[in-house]
Design a protein around this ligand. Structure first.
Ligand SMILES: CSC[C@@H](O)[C@@H](O)C(=O)COP(=O)(O)O
Length: 367
């Protein structure tokens, strides 16, 4: 995607030294656009844990480069296994992280240590290129859904889409998952408007989705997380599209906390609820999302405080709860497959079920 007319991906290798990995510091958006240069696997791990990079596909891609950086300083078997485990443990819910590390190890384990560094950067680059192609394909398939909605509307009526968290281009290597169809619809002149859930506690919607959509000129309105049900009751949402951090072999969907409540409201109001994902987000080894997907529990400080821009232009974090109140912060929830209208993948759309997924990915037996 472009920023001020310049095309960017969300992660790239510094062209001047061919080793350092560059990302946008997502904790600084939307107030500042800062590029971070990561030159060790520890720095990559820190960036993932602190959510300077986040979004399921992107943390997989960045972790793959993290392993490449580790091998640059020590390409031995011991170091590779140790650093791979360290990177895989940085966040628990998104399966793309473990998928990317596993793919790197499968490629690198049989190799001589002296050949590993070049091979690792090449494989990480392939992971990135494939992610871009998958998200572009998701965009094309999701665009069909939006065109169908438009065909059922009067000429002057816009398409209202609700989304949760940030599943845009900065959550992936490019395009995004849930936002890819929206960008394509906007680019071809469909009148789309996006209701952006702010997505407390970290406000990925208010900060990141709104920034992305605004930079691309897509009309959007930020709403508090609790407004979606009300808007659906009043016919102001045509479709919900969200991304996901892990989809089980049966089609259960883990995504940012609050997604489940949107799916319930959508079902009660006959609003289609779609989930967009590259196949790297499917965990074929897991069936029951509620029992088997680990849900990340983050710091209570993310709940008891908010960060924003003061009138003086300073970014500040302030407490919003009584000093001695405790807080809980489960970062994801699981939406059962029965509440999901369908999945948008790079191979097309399918039912959120084992049969639906197997109709598109018949040969996949595991990761
Ligand atoms: C294309 S990204 C889909 C998901 O990763 C996204 O919706 C999400 O929940 C991200 O969570 P985050 O905690 O910001 O990494």
């Amino acid at each position: 995607m472009k920023i001020n007319g310049v095309p960017y991906r969300s992660v790239w290798v510094d062209p001047t030294d061919h080793r350092t990995v560059c990302i946008f510091d997502q904790t600084r958006l939307p107030f500042a656009l800062e590029i971070l240069h990561l030159s060790s696997s520890e720095q990559v791990a820190h960036a993932i844990i602190t959510m300077q990079v986040r979004g399921a596909p992107l943390i997989g891609a960045v972790a793959a480069y993290g392993l490449s950086l580790a091998l640059s300083s020590d390409p031995s078997d011991e170091a590779m296994e140790r650093e791979a485990s360290m990177l895989a443990a940085t966040r628990p819910t998104a399966i793309n992280l473990r998928w990317a590390i596993e793919r790197m190890l499968q490629k690198l384990r049989p190799m001589n240590s002296q050949d590993r560094v070049e091979a690792a950067y090449k494989e990480a680059g392939l992971i990135c290129d494939e992610d871009v192609a998958q998200n572009e394909a998701i965009g094309r398939h999701g665009l069909e859904l939006l065109r169908n909605i438009k065909n059922r509307k009067k000429a002057e009526e816009r398409i209202n889409i609700l989304t949760h968290c940030n599943a845009g281009w900065i959550a992936t290597v490019d395009w995004g998952t849930a936002l890819a169809p929206i960008y394509m619809a906007h680019d071809e002149g469909l009148d789309v408007h996006v209701w952006v859930d702010e997505t407390r506690p970290r406000n990925q919607g208010a900060a990141l989705t709104a920034w992305e959509l605004g930079s691309h000129g897509v009309p959007h309105t930020v709403i508090v997380d609790n407004a979606g049900g009300h808007l659906m009751q009043h016919g102001q949402v045509d479709i919900v599209i969200v991304g996901t951090d892990r989809v089980t072999a049966n089609g259960d969907v883990a995504n940012k906390i609050g997604t489940y409540l949107k799916a319930l409201a959508a079902r009660d109001n006959d609003v289609p609820f779609w989930v967009a994902l590259p196949s790297t987000t499917i965990d074929w080894r897991v069936q029951d999302g509620l029992k088997e997907i680990p849900i990340e529990e983050r710091s209570p400080l993310e709940v008891t405080a908010v960060t924003g821009l003061t009138k003086g232009g300073q970014v500040e974090t302030v407490r919003i709860t009584p000093e001695h109140s405790s807080a809980a912060n489960p970062a994801f929830d699981v939406t059962p497959a029965r509440l999901v209208t369908g999945l948008i993948t790079e191979r097309g759309c399918c039912n959120a079920s084992g049969t639906g997924l197997r109709s598109l990915f018949p040969a996949t037996t595991g990761q």
